[in-house]
Design a protein. Sequence first.
Length: 268
Amino acid sequence: MEGEKMVWQKGVIKAGKEVAKIMAPDVLNLGAKIGTEIVQKQMNLVKIPDLKDVHVDEALRVLKDELNLTPISAIANPSLAYAYESENDVMHSEPRFGSRVDPGTTVKVYYLTQEVIDKSKNLLGNVVQEFQVPRIIGLNIYEAREDLEGLGLKVTEKLEKPHLSFIGKEDGQVTRFTYPNDQKIGSKLKSGDRVWLYYLNEEVILESTSIKDKKEKDRQETFGKIGKVTKDVTKEIYTGTVDAPKNIAKNIKNPFTKKKVSSDESEE
């Protein structure tokens, strides 16, 4: 009985291997097809641009004529954030600025009327308050801006300069925020304060990666020079050349400090 069971198990394993041989190419082809479709879909997505403070008519034109989306307009509700804004300017959208969507997607664009601005000013005049600094580091720039403006803060966006610490970060990610001229913010803010909001884009992230690659290349080249010089020095010492330290300095362009020889030693 045990022998029959083993024979049966071997038969199942063998059959499984044969099926795998037959199906493997189809499975691989299917995987490649799905991968290609995903990549193609990502390439076809449209990024909603930052249209804040753009006149509503121009925003609708850009979304429809230039990006092949379906825009509709809507009046924004009064908010502390809108007290200092201008009539007919766009404030935000759904989906949010920076989102990647399929062509033809409906995008609702929220803009201001003078009535909304006046009501927003009334809100700000009646509700000047102090609050704890919100946690926005790491958020998307558009989300963070809406949150801060919703608290009645005046936000100015600042693009970061390339730096090694930005490698691996995301497009649109907030890195820090300060008072104007990079003055440090304490533990509290109050409505009406102006702040600078620093963020990243794809270009800054790529340039940051390039800096890292260049540093690594320079490091490898330096190690290569040191290795070559070490090899040459070893050879010169072996052959009795006395100017080995001088040659090291010349090759790696980092002069060695020569030990001063006293007059007594010179006479010897």
